[in-house]
Design a protein around this ligand. Structure first.
Ligand SMILES: [Zn+2]
Length: 106
């Protein structure tokens, strides 16, 4: 089991066209793990398309997150958590870009 942020980092570096060997070195994981992530064998992060087909059924309840009367699970709170996830991801990507530049193109 590797850390979620490392999975995100590998996906980001893959999207930048960085070689799997180099990604393994930068992130500090085995090349096999990089390959597994590249082939979509790891899926730990929530994705926006999970909002499609949102399960809304039964009676509205008081949401423990935002306090609104909603169909649980609360869609608003879910979107908020996705947004904060995206924000953290954006901050990490800035750091990763720097890291990539420090590693050069060799
Ligand atoms: Zn809520």
């Amino acid at each position: 089991m590797i850390a979620q942020h490392k999975v995100e980092q590998v996906r980001y570096l893959l999207s930048q066209g960085v070689s799997q060997r180099k990604i393994a070195r930068i992130v500090g994981i085995s090349r096999g793990t990089v390959v597994a992530i590249a082939h979509g064998k790891r899926r730990d992060a929530p994705e926006p398309d999970e909002l499609d087909g949102w399960p809304a059924h039964g009676e509205p309840r008081r949401c423990p997150g935002c306090g609104g009367m909603v169909y649980l699970p609360c869609r608003l709170c879910h979107v908020r958590s996705l947004n904060s996830f995206q924000r953290r991801l954006a901050q990490r990507r800035k750091r990763w870009r720097r890291l990539l530049q420090q590693n050069g193109s060799a």
